[in-house]
Design a protein around this ligand. Sequence first.
Ligand SMILES: CC(C)(COP(=O)(O)OP(=O)(O)OC[C@H]1O[C@@H](n2cnc3c(N)ncnc32)[C@H](O)[C@@H]1OP(=O)(O)O)[C@@H](O)C(=O)NCCC(=O)NCCS
Length: 198
Amino acid sequence: MEYQIKQYALEPGALEIQYIEEYFGEFPRRKTAAEIIERLHDRESLILMAEAPLPDDPSGALVPVSYKVVHEIRHDESVPKLRDLVDRLTGPVTFDGRRILYSWIGATRRDWRGQGHFRALTEESEVWALAAGFEEVVVKTKNRYYDMRAVLAQLHFNVIKHEPNVADSAESKVYLSKLLPAELTRRHRSVRTVVYSE
Ligand SMILES: CC(C)(COP(=O)(O)OP(=O)(O)OC[C@H]1O[C@@H](n2cnc3c(N)ncnc32)[C@H](O)[C@@H]1OP(=O)(O)O)[C@@H](O)C(=O)NCCC(=O)NCCS
């Protein structure tokens, strides 16, 4: 299978994510286009979306089925949420003199899960990250996101920090990371076509 990936510029990408997030029932608080633009407008970032045909549509038109947003995080962050993230990661992650990428949000529509779309987006983001000089990608999740934790294990992310929630361990936070050595892309498995949407 060849995965069809579209790389978006910030504003159309943010609108497309706002649209696709309507299809994810499991998150009570969905990201709006405005929040995405606010987070990404002054930092290096990548918005990728995988497209696939609807099963019953004879026209074969492609619809967005999976997305992923990654962005840089710096040791001198001033946005409170990112300052907090960098503080929590400092130690397990070395920020000084290294470019660190944060895998911020992403999901696949239910009917298209388990078909490799998220692997394809992740592998494409790693190609981009290497070319941009990033050395490590970090991600934050919670114990209760069992699908995401299983997928991150398959994609060879290593746990670097665990923040227990004593009242409810399902809510405990888990931080993971993956180093991006130059030879990483040789281990990539998905075949991908990428188009660029302005
Ligand atoms: C997590 C999620 C994005 C995965 O998307 P996906 O397109 O189904 O993932 P893929 O099909 O590309 O799978 C990637 C790898 O993980 C494996 N995998 C996928 N779902 C899995 C599951 N539920 N359990 C175990 N392994 C799984 C696949 O087999 C694949 O491994 P392989 O390539 O070595 O065979 C999707 O399940 C999702 O949207 N979940 C809800 C969102 C969420 O939980 N967010 C967490 C917030 S941090």
